[in-house]
Design a protein around this ligand. Structure first.
Ligand code: AMP
Ligand code: ZN
Ligand code: FE
Ligand code: FE
Length: 292
């Protein structure tokens, strides 16, 4: 059966693959559909879509917005978004500026610790508009201050470590609104990592469309728990590997293969939300198989 991976990162945020490399890996893993969900950016979507086209891989434009609700960080995935939506692009540009300022602040803290790293070095290495802690970590490794990314996070970048700077986060409600404004579906990413079940009813009331039940870091019990919650709240179910390329050791692409009927469910919901002229896709049958 055709399979999808709906959670992937490229160099346009903190992944290591260029969009065409990522798509090459998707092809090797026999994925028939993929969504690119870089953090707070949609820059990779056009090149990824172009790389998918000749291979016959279906491309879904996406993003992963860093959000918060009552002090807890959570990530909102947007799927089938219009990557030219003016409001979304304006807000993304704002987040990107804040991310760049945050890099300067992290570097300043490292400088206070007598690590003479320069912000410019991190920006050159990141070479994207949405830089983050992994780029600072890679710069530390490259300059020989840490042996690997884990050490960089453990010593400097993890929450409450000396170079940690909190990230500006938008409210989850605003994130959902932005995704909807761009014509997309809003899905709570890896709920099992955030453990913010308490907020789900409020987000559902705000229009949340789905839960990412299948994720590399969800064990079977966690997956089952969120499948039940999704059923309870009539939410769509999504899944993906959250592959960042080589940045966390082994590339995760291929580790979650979402059966294609889940994608059909997303499209059917989308068609209900934005009725198009002519017959839309028929709502698929309800019982869906688990990912392989
Ligand atoms: P940021 O968005 O700048 O706060 O960075 C978050 C990114 O750092 C996410 O992709 C995380 O998966 C990654 N990250 C968090 N902890 C670690 C770690 N110990 N080693 C490598 N990457 C990490
Ligand atoms: Zn990431
Ligand atoms: Fe995430
Ligand atoms: Fe992610």
């Amino acid at each position: 059966m055709k399979a999808a991976d709906l959670h992937l990162h490229t160099r346009f945020s903190d992944g290591t693959y260029a969009p065409d490399e990522l798509v090459g890996h998707a092809q090797r893993h026999q994925l028939g559909a993929l969504a690119l969900t870089d953090h707070d950016t949609v820059e990779g979507c056009e090149p990824a879509a172009a790389a998918c086209r000749p291979l016959g891989i279906e491309f879904i434009a996406g993003t992963e917005l860093t959000a918060e609700w009552e002090g807890n960080e959570l990530h909102i995935l947007g799927y089938f978004i219009d990557t030219h939506d003016a409001l979304l692009l304006r807000e993304l540009a704002r987040f990107q500026t804040v991310r760049q300022d945050r890099i300067r602040e992290m570097v300043a803290r490292l400088n206070q610790l007598h690590i003479p790293l320069q912000a410019q070095t991190v920006f050159a290495l990141a070479n994207c508009r949405s830089p983050g802690r992994p780029h600072v970590g890679r710069a530390l490794v490259q300059a020989g201050y840490c042996v690997n990314l884990d050490e960089a996070f453990d010593r400097f970048l993890k929450k409450n470590r000396p170079a940690w700077v909190p990230k500006c986060k938008i409210s989850a409600l605003h994130a959902i609104e932005l995704v909807h404004h761009a014509g997309g579906l809003a899905v709570m990413a890896h709920p099992g990592l955030n453990r913010t079940d308490g907020v789900i009813p409020e987000l559902v009331a705000a229009g949340l469309d789905g839960l990412e039940c299948f994720h590399t870091k969800h064990n079977p019990a966690t997956t089952e728990h969120y499948l039940q919650l999704a059923a309870h709240f009539h939410l769509l179910v999504t899944g993906g590997s959250d592959c960042h390329g080589m940045s966390k050791g082994k590339p995760l692409i291929g580790s979650v293969k979402l059966p294609y009927p889940y994608v059909e469910h997303l499209k059917a919901r989308l068609a209900e939300k934005r009725p198009a002229p002519g017959p839309g896709p028929a709502a698929p049958a309800d019982a869906l198989p688990p990912p392989s």
